[in-house]
Design a protein around this ligand. Structure first.
Ligand code: SF4
Length: 296
């Protein structure tokens, strides 16, 4: 279940890359800028600004997924969605189905089109999501095929999966980009619904395996935007020798509009954090002699 294959990406690892986005995540972080990645099944996304009110989707709505409200076409997120009724239906793509099944062969055929760019830029392919390792068999198939073609492979993961899903990727992945979001299991569970101890256990095993790891740390108001928490995160980084750098990812609300398009609420403030706001974290990271970047 894939929801996007983005070509010419510059932010998901070294060089020019293609990023394959797997759908479905075992965490539900309220700041997620790709909320369409969280649910494992296909879902409808409706952008009202693109709608020309042709009413084709109303005719196709057996379950009342799309309806007229105060004279305007709207999506009713409370209805069970029969997404296939809407495939290739909307003339303006105001209404889209997010998520489709794709085979490892199809994914590789698409990303290998840009092999020349990867070779020239020192790039490759990044497996991302959602949480790609929830679909570990597909991930491994893709990575195995690409490794045979000598493509550099990175994976972006929150590590909130069984260890066996990570272990099976070790022979094929060149670089693990691992989220380290917090150091307190209680706060972590409250905000993301996840088990921090599972993540830390996986991180330790991954580090001991000798994998090449970068830690990705989102900086989020009301969650980890304080020195004590960042110091705690850096303690975790230092205790795992294979982590070679930290990438701070300042909070931005760029995904906020997607929540509305999915019929969900966005609960975080709309303030754009600039790099200066995390300058202090850069300093305390450098004091520990840990290589650090902002924005990945
Ligand atoms: S099919 Fe597309 S353009 Fe037509 S009413 Fe539905 S959302 Fe609007």
């Amino acid at each position: 279940m894939i929801f996007n294959i983005q070509r010419y990406s510059l932010h998901d690892g070294a060089g020019l890359r293609s990023t394959v986005f797997f759908k479905g995540c075992s965490l539900h972080c309220p700041w997620c800028s790709n909320p369409e990645s969280q649910k494992a099944s296909p879902e409808l996304m409706f952008e009202s600004s693109k709608c020309i009110a042709c009413h084709d989707c109303l005719t196709a709505s057996d379950n009342g997924e799309m309806e007229l409200f105060e004279g305007k076409v709207t999506m009713n997120p409370r209805r069970r969605q029969n997404t296939e009724s809407f495939r290739d239906l909307c003339p303006t793509k105001a209404l889209q189905i997010i998520g489709q099944t794709q085979s490892a062969e199809e994914i590789c055929r698409i990303v290998l089109k840009d092999r020349a760019f990867y070779e020239r830029s020192g790039g490759g392919v990044t497996l991302s999501g959602g949480e790609p390792l929830l679909q570990a068999d597909l991930c491994r198939e893709v990575a195995k095929k690409l490794k045979k073609e000598n493509i550099h492979i990175s994976i972006e993961t929150c590590l909130h999966v069984p260890w066996k899903n990570i272990k099976m990727m070790l022979p094929y992945v060149d670089e693990f980009l691992c989220d380290v979001k917090h150091c307190d299991p209680i706060v972590f569970r409250e905000q993301t619904g996840g088990d921090l101890n599972l993540i830390l256990d996986n991180l330790k095993k991954l580090s001991e395996s000798g994998a090449d790891i970068r830690a990705r740390v989102p900086i989020i108001y009301g969650f980890n935007h304080d020195e004590k928490t960042v110091e705690g995160i850096l303690d975790i980084v230092e205790s795992n020798e294979a982590i070679r750098a930290v990438d701070y990812m300042p909070y931005h609300p760029l995904g906020a509009g997607k929540y509305e398009s999915l019929g969900r609420e966005y609960s975080l403030p709309g303030h754009i954090m600039d790099n200066e706001e995390i300058e202090n974290y850069i300093k305390i990271t450098e004091l520990r002699k840990i290589p650090v970047t902002i924005g990945g």
